[in-house]
Write a protein that binds this ligand. Structure first.
Ligand code: 3PG
Length: 229
């Protein structure tokens, strides 16, 4: 059996408590209110895209590992834009978690959860926001100390009504709905007391990125944040 590249179960390295990591997620993502989910198709887009989002008001960025440029984009941003907060998204297993940590990620987002990945997240020094789509998955995470979750794909798995329904059995749990969130439903999600932030990619349409229309990305970002004032 292949061994994990980084496995901290036996490590002496200090790892923050799950409560401290939930508090950190509140600071990083909750304060940001919108978490842009970024997939880099061309290396040259990394800095201008991050700069456009930052100029529009978003300083906490999720870089997905679903493209070949994901890890290098995280490294580039950590070196070149230390004022931004950069997390890794689309982390699917413990190996990807280890790679994301090594690249300098400051937080981790996953689209769903496996018992192995959730356990690895407990031993990680980084806060991990697990993706869930059901009460059972929240319970799996809850048993390990997770209190912050990404609801994904939010619009397809119940949207605002699912968030409202989860408030009953899961007091103290807060969500980042992602998947189908757009300016026309953004405020409905953010009006829910158990929503800490929303995630999405609508502010960086692929065509705008390919054309280098950074001003439009900045403007759409700023308009979205203005909806939340
Ligand atoms: C994600 O992985 O979180 C989604 O791709 C973001 O969803 P959206 O593209 O519908 O905003």
């Amino acid at each position: 059996m292949t061994s994990l590249p980084t496995h901290r179960a036996n490590s002496r390295e200090a790892v923050p408590s799950m409560a401290d990591k939930a508090a950190l997620i509140d600071v990083l993502c909750g304060a940001a209110r919108i978490l842009p989910v970024i997939t880099i198709e061309r290396e040259q887009d990394v800095l201008p895209l991050a700069d456009a989002l930052a100029a529009g008001g978003l300083h906490t960025l999720e870089i997905t590992l679903r493209s070949e440029h994901g890890l290098s984009a995280i490294r580039t941003l950590r070196e070149e834009r230390p004022e931004l907060c950069v997390g890794a998204g689309t982390v699917l297993d413990e190996w990807m978690l280890a790679e994301a940590e090594a690249a300098g990620s400051q937080f981790i987002v996953t689209p769903g959860c496996t018992a192995e990945l959730l356990r690895a997240g407990v031993y990680s020094p980084l806060p991990l926001l697990p993706g869930i789509a059901s009460a059972s998955e929240i319970m799996l995470g809850h048993a390990l100390g997770y209190r912050r979750f990404k609801l994904f794909p939010a619009e397809l798995c119940g949207g605002v009504r699912a968030i409202q329904a989860f408030a009953g059995p899961f007091p103290g749990i807060r969500f980042c709905p992602t998947g189908g969130v757009k300016p026309d439903n953004l405020r409905d999600y953010m009006a829910q007391p158990n929503v800490m932030c929303v995630g999405g990619s609508w502010m960086m349409d692929k065509d705008w990125v390919r054309r280098g229309d950074w001003q439009r990305i900045q403007d759409v970002t700023a308009e979205a944040l203005a909806l939340l004032v």
